[in-house]
Design a protein around this ligand. Structure first.
Ligand code: HEC
Length: 188
């Protein structure tokens, strides 16, 4: 019964969470957010470089973008920069006085997922593609939900619901295709 409810509510939420197909423009969409929410403590303009991060000098910002850096192109889920803005439960959640609006977080996620491009004319960076943030999962009763893959834990799969929470499902309760999908997602 509970599972039933979870499946239904996730479907509803998914329909409002479809990302736009247009590429994010750093100058127009990301910079104003960084200015509004981050410059106060992370900019040359304000002479504040908390934790060594400065976001108003694009040359310096560019140095934080790359594999193993705080912004991993194509991989918001592995980007500490994204983690601190998206997870308000972290000690180092940013901004410290409370999260940005969901829409702002979503656009930053999309920017990172698309490759964290600063210059739209620069060649598109080559990056290891992340798993699609939202995939379709079906249970043995034929009910479907849309959720992100998180990990396999023993004989269960942990999925990330579109509204945030992580929910664990027994693999045996998923359709054969979804079990297969979970294994493919878990493969390195
Ligand atoms: C009011 C000041 C303030 C604002 C605004 C602020 N930060 Fe920070 N930030 C800090 C401080 C202080 C630290 C270092 C201490 C800590 O980790 O809490 C930090 C650390 C960080 C770190 C490193 C985290 C770590 O694990 O050490 C990142 C990344 C970061 N900020 C990103 C941002 C982003 C992105 C924004 C805007 C959305 C932002 N910050 C807004 C004060 C701020």
């Amino acid at each position: 019964m509970t599972r039933h409810l979870i499946f239904t509510s996730c479907l509803l939420l998914f329909t409002t969470a479809q990302p736009s197909i247009f590429a994010v423009d750093f100058e127009k969409e990301i910079k104003p957010l960084l200015k509004q929410y981050c410059y106060e403590c992370h900019s040359e303009e304000r002479k504040k470089e908390k934790a060594g991060y400065v976001f108003d000098n694009v040359k310096r910002l560019a140095k934080d973008i790359g594999s193993g850096r705080v912004i991993e192109p194509g991989r918001p889920g592995s980007s500490h920069f994204y983690e601190v803005i998206a997870n308000p439960n972290l000690d180092e959640a940013m901004p410290p006085d409370g999260p940005m609006p969901d829409a702002a977080i979503a656009i930053i996620r999309k920017w990172v997922a698309e490759g964290a491009m600063i210059d739209p004319n620069a060649p598109k960076p080559v990056f290891k593609k992340e798993l699609p943030p939202i995939m379709k999962w079906t249970n043995t009763e034929g009910k479907s939900i849309k959720a992100g893959f998180e990990r396999i834990e023993g004989d269960s799969v942990v999925l990330r619901m579109v509204n945030g929470p992580y929910v664990k499902f027994a693999l045996s309760k998923l359709s054969a295709e979804s079990q297969q999908l979970a294994r493919e997602c878990a493969a390195p």
